[in-house]
Design a protein around this ligand. Structure first.
Ligand SMILES: NC(=O)C1=CN([C@@H]2O[C@H](COP(=O)(O)OP(=O)(O)OC[C@H]3O[C@@H](n4cnc5c(N)ncnc54)[C@H](O)[C@@H]3O)[C@@H](O)[C@H]2O)C=CC1
Ligand SMILES: O=C([O-])CC(=O)C(=O)O
Length: 345
C-alpha cells in the first residue's frame, strides 16, 4: 500500500485537473464513493490519521468526530485540495450524523498509556468509551467495517463484538483490531538488522496487540536473511516492546501517534481496496478466528467486498515461535474474556 499511497499522492500533487483524476483514484477505473469516519479525530492519532485519510483518493467523505476540538481539525484538513469532502462533528449529539452512511469507521478514541502502565491499565476508561461508540455504530452504520485502534485491542475488539451481538448487527467479517503497527515495526527492525531494503520486507505478526501476545514470525520474513537466534530473539522482544519504547521516549506525553496514524491509514486503505473489489489485499489483523482455540486472534487476512474474505493459518513456525505461541495464549484469552464480561455486565 505504501507505494500506491505515495503514487496517488504524487498523482494528486502533479495534477492540474485534479477532480477528474481524483475520482479515478488509484487505477484507470472510476472508484465508488466511500465514507470514512474517524472517532477520536482530534487526538494524537486522530489528527495525523485524518490528514492521511484526506490524502487517500479512495475516500469521498471524511467524517471527523470527537467529544471536543473537531471543528478546528476539520476546518484545517478540509482546505487540502484532495477528493474528499470533510466534515467535523463534535459531541454525542452529532455522533449519529458522523456515522450515518459510513463504509469504514476507524476508532482511535480513548486514553493512551503513560510510562509504567500496561495497555490493560487503560481498560477501565477505554472499555466504556468503545462500548458507547459501538452502540452508536450498530444503530447508525451497522454494515460499516470497524477498525479498532483503542487499547487494549485484545479486549476492545471482543467488547465491540458483544455490543454488536446484543444489537443483532454482529458480522465477524466486519470487525478488525488494528495490529498493523506491529507489522510496521517488525518490518523496520528486521530491515535494519538483516540489512535488506525496508520497502521489500514482509513479516507476518500474529497473536494479539500487547507485550508477549504480539508474535512476529521472523522465520517467515522475506527477503530471507541468515540471522542468529540471538538476533531473532532481540528483534522479537523489540517488536513486542515497540509501544513501550515510544511511551518511555515520550515520557508522559502519550504513546505512538504518528507511526500509528501511518499504520491505521495503511489498514483503512486495505479495507477500502477490499470493499472496492481489488484482489489479493492481505493484512495481518485481530479478528474472530478459528486459527487457534482462542475466539479472536491476529493473523493474515484477505480483505474483500464484505470485509474478511479469508483468515489464513499461521504457516510453519520455528521452535521459538511455537513456544511463544503457547506462552501468549493464556494472557490473550484472559484479555478477550475480560472484554466479553465487561460488555455483558
Ligand atoms: N492499536 C494500536 O496499535 C495503537 C493503539 N493506540 C491507542 O489509541 C488510543 C488513542 O491514542 P491517542 O490518539 O494517542 O490518544 P489522545 O488522548 O491523544 O486522543 C484520544 C482522543 O479520543 C477522544 N475521545 C475520548 N473519549 C471519546 C469518545 N467517547 N468519543 C470520541 N472521542 C473520544 C479524546 O477527546 C481525544 O481527542 C489509545 O487508547 C491508545 O492506547 C495507540 C497507539 C497504537
Ligand atoms: O504502546 C501503547 O500503549 C500504544 C500502542 O498500542 C503501540 O504503540 O503499539
Amino acid at each position: 500500500m505504501r507505494s500506491s499511497l505515495f503514487r496517488s499522492v504524487k498523482t494528486l500533487t502533479n495534477s492540474t485537473s485534479s477532480s477528474h483524476l481524483l475520482r479515478r483514484g488509484y487505477g484507470s477505473e472510476a472508484v465508488p464513493d466511500r465514507k470514512v469516519a474517524v472517532l477520536g479525530a482530534a487526538g494524537g492519532i486522530g489528527q495525523p490519521l485524518a490528514l492521511l485519510m484526506k490524502l487517500n483518493p479512495l475516500v469521498s467523505n471524511l467524517a471527523l468526530y470527537d467529544i471536543a476540538n473537531t471543528p478546528g481539525v476539520a476546518a484545517d484538513v478540509s482546505h487540502i485540495n484532495t477528493r474528499s469532502e470533510v466534515k467535523g462533528y463534535v459531541g454525542e449529539d452529532q455522533l449519529g450524523q458522523a456515522l450515518e452512511g459510513s463504509d469504514v469507521v476507524i476508532i482511535p478514541a480513548g486514553v493512551p498509556r503513560k510510562p509504567g502502565m500496561t495497555r490493560d491499565d487503560l481498560f477501565n476508561i477505554n472499555a466504556g468509551i468503545v462500548k458507547g461508540l459501538c452502540q452508536a455504530i450498530s444503530k447508525y452504520c451497522p454494515n460499516a467495517l470497524v477498525n479498532m485502534i483503542s487499547n487494549p485491542v485484545n479486549s476492545t475488539v471482543p467488547i465491540a463484538a458483544e455490543v454488536f451481538k446484543k444489537a443483532g448487527t454482529y458480522d465477524e467479517k466486519r470487525l478488525f483490531g488494528v495490529t498493523t503497527l506491529d507489522v510496521v515495526r517488525a518490518k523496520t527492525f528486521y530491515a535494519g538488522k538483516a540489512k535488506v531494503p525496508v520497502a521489500e520486507v514482509n513479516v507476518p505478526v500474529v497473536g494479539g496487540h500487547a507485550g508477549i501476545t504480539i508474535l512476529p514470525l521472523f522465520s517467515q520474513a522475506t527477503p530471507k536473511a541468515n540471522l542468529s537466534s540471538e538476533d531473532i530473539e532481540a528483534l522479537t522482544k523489540r517488536t513486542q516492546d515497540g509501544g513501550t519504547e515510544v511511551v518511555e521516549a515520550k515520557a508522559g506525553k502519550g504513546s505512538a501517534t504518528l507511526s500509528m496514524a501511518y499504520a491505521g491509514a495503511i489498514f483503512a486503505d486495505a479495507c477500502l481496496k477490499g470493499l472496492n473489489g481489488v484482489p489479493d489485499v492481505v493484512e495481518c489483523t485481530f479478528v474472530q478466528s478459528s486459527v487457534t482455540e482462542l475466539p479472536f486472534f491476529a493473523s493474515k487476512v484477505r480483505l474483500g467486498k464484505n470485509g474478511v474474505e479469508e483468515v489464513f493459518g499461521l504457516g510453519p513456525l520455528s521452535e521459538y515461535e511455537s513456544a511463544g505461541l503457547e506462552k501468549l495464549k493464556p494472557e490473550l484469552l484472559a484479555s478477550i474474556e475480560k472484554g466479553i464480561k465487561f460488555a455483558n455486565q
